[in-house]
Design a protein around this ligand. Structure first.
Ligand code: MN
Length: 292
């Protein structure tokens, strides 16, 4: 099943490619609207069959009549894999890399980092670049959505704790600040347009990934080239922190990262998962006090 958040934080399941069915009624009315997807995932053993039933019988909404938003607006945590493809490692360091002459290690050294959960954005809004004079890059990735609570799980059991998958853009400001800080600006974790449930992705470590920038292919790889595959990432991160329903793992990006500027359009396609299209804009400073 493909699950989205639409309009004013409503939950929806896709019925074919062009219609949606509202399934908001499956979660308790007391749940904070921003937490509905987390509640749906946490209750999935019971709610999944009911979602399937509504998908077949509920009133259809034309996709064009809905605003499709980030399918998980409120992950408790976003954990991310640094330098998890060897060829991406090569383009980051060395004589010509993004960080010229720097010795770039791989995930075996860096292991992981966290991104602020407030960095989530969906296809209804642009990625906003905070600085006109600093390089900001796209990174196309497979996103993993946790289902059952995971603490110190073995690799062999890891996929039992995965709810589904989502196309994910890990947007990165280049510079000297700590990696987590540079990747945690508002709108720097783009996901969508839906979460596909894990039953539709038999092997997450064998998926084609393609990223186009303004129509030109810039990243093309397979998740078979991940240094740490999905199972190992879930096992490794759950050893440090308890992962809960709706939490996200960004699995890392392959070679071909590059700069984005306002006006760009990014198309990220993950085989068997989905296609995310995001626009890029300059951040418009909020009027003083507007954020409050
Ligand atoms: Mn990344």
């Amino acid at each position: 099943m493909r699950l989205s958040v639409i309009d004013d934080d409503r939950l929806a399941v896709w019925a074919g490619d062009t219609e949606l069915v509202d399934i908001t009624s499956l979660v308790d009315a007391q749940v904070d609207p921003a937490e509905r997807m987390t509640a749906l995932i946490a209750g999935w053993d019971e709610l999944g069959p009911r979602a399937r039933e509504l998908q077949a019988t509920g009133p259809r909404i034309p996709a064009g009549a809905a605003t499709v938003r980030a399918p998980q607006p409120s992950p408790r945590q976003i954990v991310a894999a640094p330098v998890n493809y060897h060829r991406h490692q090569q383009e980051m360091g060395g004589e010509t890399g993004v960080y010229r002459d720097a010795k770039i290690e791989t995930i075996e050294t860096y292991v992981g980092f966290v991104k602020a959960s407030s960095s989530i954005v969906g296809p209804d809004r642009p990625i906003e670049l905070p600085f006109a004079d600093r390089r900001t890059d796209y990174e196309g990735e497979l996103g993993v959505v946790i289902g059952r609570t995971a603490s110190c799980v073995a690799e062999a059991d890891a996929l039992d704790h995965v709810f589904g998958y989502v196309p994910l853009l890990d947007i990165t400001l280049r510079g000297a600040e700590d990696r987590s800080f540079r990747k945690s600006f508002d709108t720097f974790t783009a996901i969508g347009p839906w979460i596909v449930t894990a039953d539709e992705v038999p092997d997450p470590d064998r998926l084609d990934l393609e990223l186009r920038l303004n129509g030109t292919v810039r990243q093309h790889a397979t998740t078979a080239d991940l240094i740490y595959g999905v199972r190992r990432l879930v096992a490794t991160y759950s050893e440090a922190m308890t992962l809960g329903p709706g939490d996200l793992i960004a699995t890392g990006t392959p070679e071909g990262v590059g700069e984005i500027v306002p006006g760009d359009e990014i198309d990220l396609t993950l085989e068997a998962v989905g296609h995310l299209r995001m626009r890029v804009a300059a951040r418009v400073p909020a009027a003083a006090g507007a954020a409050h």
